[in-house]
Design a protein around this ligand. Structure first.
Ligand code: C5P
Ligand code: ZN
Length: 483
């Protein structure tokens, strides 16, 4: 790979054009296109974008959702003999797997995870890191897929909202006012200019336009508000002595119906509450920021709000119903949507059961010198452990330290998810890199971004992995900021 100063941003767009041309060639010759996507919200949004693009072009294609690439999956793909394989929101960190096996078919990777340094001749590799863009913050897998879709046919500009949903799903809004930046911001411009998205600054509670305020508060999990998140009754009590009319003429008011002063009152009460629970001020500040509203969506459905749409897709994926999420992203409504919405409800229920269990069961959550460890073995679903780690790292824990969550996975393996809280001074700590390095040494596989990473390990390596992470985090000279 070239050194950072040799990387050229134009190269990113050249690769996008190459990828678009290759896809068009296969559409024109009506050859079988196999698309593999990642199970998370970004991956499903990316699949929604490419799926719609290929459907519009009447291409011959099939989609598959995976949680992580492995040799078995690559073998299965090889046996299908596709003429073109496209990987969305994954692939860049698994080039070693693709190299030997897939010699006879053209490959495209549209990803934003840290790439490996492997050259594959028949691969068009589109990844912001290869051209000096920040793949963690500036563009998601759905964003890379969107730019390619728009190059295939400019009418696909109407898919820009899904790229925004993908970026929000990957928490790329950890910026001033929780806005999207860099290449994501250009995508927001496309969506705003075509009237698909409206950007406002407001209180970031889920269901701002329609949901009763106490429900909107209970529904919000970022930041996770201990005692209030998922507790409608508690939220109602919490808001009722604020001297704000919660109901008007027998109709519950929503955040949108409140005056600026009323919103300020609510915000300052939540901020005081969070601070009484030991959270830093920055946690409350995450409740104010840019809202991305999908103007063509129904006001009463989660797809109306970018972040809520992302949680909805995330829920579909984690409940192993990612196909429903992609169908909705591609435009299906009616029964498909009804079924998907039920999944969202069940997912939330399950998530809170897990959270309660982690918080209330002795020894599940423990503190080492430099990290927190959660042991969810035999209890927490391997697809949900990452979300648990994200929620707990974002607010529940008193000390801002990286969190490493483990649980049992298929075939006697252990799934690990690591998250670094947003106001932890990382120094030169890059979780994706250390997860990759340590898991490889311990006969596992891992990788990811600098603040969020995952790995799959043999059971016997579990303790060594945790010890090594604890040691490495300690050696990277971090300090905790006081913001
Ligand atoms: O699985 P989990 O949600 O903990 O993963 C966190 C991040 O690390 C995700 O973006 C995921 O794609 C990435 N990851 C990776 N390689 C792995 C496992 C996870 O790039 N082997
Ligand atoms: Zn992603």
């Amino acid at each position: 790979m070239a050194d950072d100063d040799q990387k050229n941003p134009d190269d990113f767009f050249i690769r996008i054009t190459q990828a678009a041309n290759t896809i068009k060639k296969h559409i024109d010759t009506n050859e079988f296109i196999r698309v593999i996507t990642h199970i998370d919200a970004d991956g499903l949004a990316a699949a929604g974008i490419l799926g719609k693009t290929l459907q519009r072009a009447q291409a011959f294609f099939r989609l598959r959702i995976v949680k992580q690439l492995n040799e078995e999956i690559v073998n299965e793909l090889t046996s299908e003999d596709p003429s073109l394989l496209i990987f969305l929101d994954l692939g860049s960190g698994s080039l070693d797997l693709l190299d030997a096996k897939l010699k006879d078919c053209e490959l495209i990777i549209l990803d934003h995870h840290k790439p490996m340094e492997v050259t594959i001749p028949q691969l068009t590799h589109v990844n912001p890191h290869l051209a000096n863009f920040d793949g963690t913050r500036e563009i998601s897998g759905a964003g890379v897929t969107y730019l390619t879709a728009k190059t295939i046919d400019k009418t696909n500009i109407d898919l820009a909202p899904l790229a925004i949903v993908g970026a929000l799903g990957d928490s790329q809004d950890k910026n001033d006012e929780r806005g999207l930046i860099g290449l994501n911001e250009d995508i927001v411009d496309d969506a705003v200019n075509t009237g698909c998205i409206m950007v406002d600054k407001d209180l970031l509670l889920f269901g701002r336009e329609t949901r009763p305020i106490h429900k909107a508060l209970a529904y919000t999990t970022n930041p996770f508000i201990p005692g209030l998140s998922n507790a409608e009754d508690k939220c109602l009590g919490f808001l009722s002595n604020l001297d704000i009319e919660l109901k008007h003429n027998d109709r519950w008011r929503a955040i949108n119906d409140l005056t600026v002063e009323e919103k300020e009152k609510i915000f300052s009460k939540i901020a005081t509450y969070l601070s009484s629970k030991g959270s830093p001020d920055s946690d409350a500040l995450r409740l104010i920021g840019k809202i991305y509203t999908l103007t063509h969506e129904d006001r009463f459905k989660p797809m109306r709000d970018g972040r809520e749409y992302a949680s909805f897709l995330n829920a579909c994926g984690r409940m192993r119903k990612g196909g429903l999420g992609i169908a909705v992203a591609m435009g299906s409504r009616g029964e498909t949507l009804d079924e998907a919405l039920k999944i969202l409800t069940n997912y939330k229920k399950m998530l809170y059961q897990y959270l309660d269990w982690v918080i209330q069961t002795p020894k599940v959550l423990r503190k080492m010198k430099n990290i927190y460890v959660i042991d969810g073995s035999d209890k927490i679903d391997e697809l949900i452990i990452g979300t648990i780690a994200s929620i707990l790292s974002s607010s529940y824990l008193k000390e801002k330290m990286p969190i490493i969550a483990l649980t049992s996975a298929e075939n006697g393996m252990v799934k690990v998810s690591g998250r670094i809280p947003h106001n932890f001074n990382r120094g030169n700590l890059d979780l994706g890199t250390i997860f990759h390095e340590i898991s490889t040494k311990l006969n596992g596989r891992g990788g990811g971004h600098n603040v969020a990473a995952g790995a799959l390990l043999p059971k016997e390596s579990e303790n060594q992995f945790v010890k090594s992470i604890n040691k490495l985090v300690g050696s990277m000279h971090h300090t905790v900021t006081t913001d």
